[in-house]
Design a protein around this ligand. Sequence first.
Ligand SMILES: Cc1cc2nc3c(=O)[nH]c(=O)nc-3n(C[C@H](O)[C@H](O)[C@H](O)COP(=O)(O)OP(=O)(O)OC[C@H]3O[C@@H](n4cnc5c(N)ncnc54)[C@H](O)[C@@H]3O)c2cc1C
Length: 498
Amino acid sequence: MVNDVVVVGAGPVGLLLAAELRLVGVDVTVIERAAARSPHSKALTLHPRSLEVLAMRGLAEPFVRAGVPVPTGHYGGLPVRLDFSVLDTRFPYTLVLPQLRTERLLEERLRALGGEIRRRHRALEVRQDADGAEVDVAGPDGTYTLRTAWVVGCDGAGSAVRTSAGIDFPGTRATTTGILGDVVLDAPPSVPSVDNEYGGFLIVPLADGHHRVAGSTRESRTIPADRPLTFEELRGHVRQVAGTDFGMRAPRWLSRFGNAARQAARYRDGRVLLAGDAAHMHMPMGGQGLNVGLQDAFNLGWKLAAVCQGRAPDGLLDTYHAERHPVGAALLENTQAQTVLGATYTPDARALRSVFGRLLAAHPAVNRQFAGELSALDVAYPADGADGAADRLTGTRPADRLTGTRAPDLGLDGAPEPSLYPLLADGRFVLLRLGPDGDTGREPADALATAAAIAGGPDRIRAVTARPTTTHDGWAGPRTVLVRPDGHVAWDTALSTK
Ligand SMILES: Cc1cc2nc3c(=O)[nH]c(=O)nc-3n(C[C@H](O)[C@H](O)[C@H](O)COP(=O)(O)OP(=O)(O)OC[C@H]3O[C@@H](n4cnc5c(N)ncnc54)[C@H](O)[C@@H]3O)c2cc1C
């Protein structure tokens, strides 16, 4: 059997990637070793950029309906929280939504697009040659081999695909651990976090009457992540810090996690690609891993589809590593910094926490900086674009150019949709011609040809002439902008007003 793509792992990242490939008709097989989805949700958050990404495919609404919007996020568990309401987005908040619900909604999306998941099928080994790749799979009826053009490892931090492809995973081993319990609290605290010189805990209400209690103490942080956590142990540690266990009972899930921080040296090796936790692992600080993984999948999906369908040279896939590896490196760095701030209880670390908290409270620019990083709204790719064509055509990004930056959900008058994101729903590029009166007369003569070269053909572009109805940094003035299927600007040109 020959597939275009085999996706290994039906976690959130594999599900979104497979859906993106199906959206444009790519033949994809998803294999998943587990018989059923885990009932326990590691992640609890969707951040603004993830919600924007979902909005670009018309999917945000059911997620927002199922979750609880909270206008703040935590940074290193500091009592001063990040204020997301200052962000320029339709989603200026953290959406509290258990991973289980996120995965269910993504699986519904994949199934609606005709995708299927082979559960209880485990990838054992991956091999590649000049024409394709093979995946050895252990299924319920025995072992078999899948022949495919491309393999994507979305199989989590212990990725068999990564190991089998010989891709290094350098970084640091765990030196500290955290503990968590999903429990009922009969007397929950009025504040979302408690901390002192013994330890610190975040206490997050879940929609179903449970609370997530997560943190560590001086003693608990030295216990290895593979030692099972008992309810009595969790209760004792919380009491030590808070002086009470908040009437804790009925534990549903107890777990320990560590701060090993590792990143794949290459996100692509020939016909093998990695996304999500298979590409980066870190301490879960700031609720980011799932979010960055979804954004990896969104970056990779349209590129892999274009290469599979012969619309782009396979070099386009190298831009996946070039664009997303730096984002993963920044993720490791900020979670390591947050671990020192939030999970270290020495006098020095507590002094750092106090100074940092004061900075955050006193300076809106510090809040804006970290909110921009955690929300992923500030991610911008190099101006040389996603296919090298933009490099030749536009060179590096001058200050007034948008190439590589995130496109906001620009309000539009005169377009078939009221704003940009719904125009991206079918996964094509959008060529926006923006002027006060829809006048494109000053556009360079080769603009459409340039856009078609980048997009892989004129049929891959939806061209729209409209007048902006919202204002965003850098978007003033008449211009022609080519927006990629993942909502980053592929190319733009300001139109002369003379
Ligand atoms: C305690 C904790 C709290 C967290 N909180 C947050 C949060 O609030 N926000 C956030 O954004 N992130 C959070 N994260 C991180 C988040 O859970 C992960 O980043 C996310 O699950 C990664 O998704 P993924 O699809 O890459 O990998 P996974 O979710 O690990 O999915 C991988 C899938 O691949 C399957 N698989 C593995 N090996 C094979 C194989 N050989 N063959 C076939 N299938 C295979 C697995 O069964 C699994 O279904 C948290 C993590 C932890 C531990």
